[in-house]
Ligand binder design. Structure first.
Ligand code: HEM
Length: 201
C-alpha cells in the first residue's frame, strides 16, 4: 500500500464535518425561507419549527467557525512569491502547459476560500443574531437582512465550487475529509514546501 501522510488531524476532520453539515443545512433552510417553500418546512415539522432549527444550527455553525480559526487562520494569512505566481498561472486550472509553482500545505485558492468563509461566516452569524434577537429595532433589522442576504450569496457561490474541487475535480482529495490522509507521493508533488517543512523531503 502507498505510504500516506496526515494532512488533517482528527479535530480538523470532526470540525470540518460539523462546519459542512451545519452550513449545508443552513443553505437549504435559507433557500426555503427565500422562496417560501412550505414543502421543505414540512420536513422540519412546519415553517416555524424550521426557523428554530435554522437559528440553533446557526449557533453550531458559529461555534464551528470559531474552532476553524485554530486550524486554518495562520496558514490562510501567509502568502509568498510562489503564491503570487500561483495566481498568475491561475493555479494551473486553465491550462496544463503552465508551470505551477511549488506549494505549501494549502494553495492560495484554498487560503482565500477560507478567508471568504470566515469573513462571510462572521457577517452571516452576527446579522442572523440581529434578525433573531433584535426584532424591535427596525434599523438593525434592515441592516441585518441586507448583510445576511449579501453573505448568503458568498456561500451559495463558494461552497458548491469548494465541494466540486474537493471531490470530482481532484479525485482522491475527498479521503482527506474522511481519514485525514493523502499519499506521500501526491503530497511531494502538490505540496513540496510543506513536505520539506515537516522533514519528509
Ligand atoms: C459536504 C461537502 C464538502 C466537501 C466534499 C468538502 C471537501 C473538503 C476537502 C476534501 C478538504 C481538504 C482539502 C485539502 O486539504 O486539500 C476540505 C477542506 C476545507 N473545507 Fe470543505 N468540503 C465540504 C463542505 C465544506 C463547507 C460547507 C465548508 C465551509 C462552510 C468547508 C470548509 C472547508 C475549509 C475551510 C477547508 C480547509 C481549507 C481548504 O482546503 O480550502 N467545506 N473540504
Amino acid at each position: 500500500m502507498a505510504e500516506m501522510v496526515r494532512k488533517s488531524s482528527v479535530g480538523e476532520i470532526v470540525n470540518h464535518w460539523i462546519l459542512a453539515g451545519s452550513c449545508i443545512l443552513l443553505i437549504i433552510t435559507g433557500f426555503a425561507f427565500l422562496f417560501h417553500l412550505d414543502s421543505v418546512g414540512a420536513v422540519f415539522g412546519g415553517y416555524e419549527a424550521m426557523k428554530t432549527v435554522h437559528n440553533w444550527v446557526g449557533v453550531i455553525f458559529g461555534l464551528s467557525l470559531l474552532v476553524s480559526t485554530i486550524h486554518y487562520l495562520k496558514d490562510a494569512l501567509e502568502y509568498d512569491a510562489d503564491d503570487a505566481q500561483w495566481f498568475k498561472v491561475a493555479g494551473g486550472y486553465l491550462s496544463h502547459k503552465v508551470k505551477v509553482p511549488p506549494m505549501g500545505k494549502y494553495n492560495p485558492g484554498q487560503k482565500l476560500y477560507y478567508l471568504a468563509i470566515l469573513v462571510g461566516g462572521i457577517a452571516i452569524f452576527l446579522s442572523g443574531l440581529g434578525i433573531w434577537l433584535m426584532k424591535d429595532n427596525s434599523t438593525i433589522m434592515l441592516l441585518s437582512h441586507l448583510v445576511h442576504n449579501v453573505a448568503f450569496c458568498i456561500f451559495v457561490i463558494a461552497v458548491p465550487v469548494h465541494i466540486y474541487l474537493g471531490t470530482l475535480a481532484n479525485p482522491g482529495t475527498f479521503q482527506i475529509m474522511i481519514n485525514g490522509l493523502m499519499p506521500l507521493s501526491d503530497a511531494k508533488k502538490k505540496h513540496p514546501k510543506w513536505m520539506k517543512a515537516v522533514g519528509k523531503m
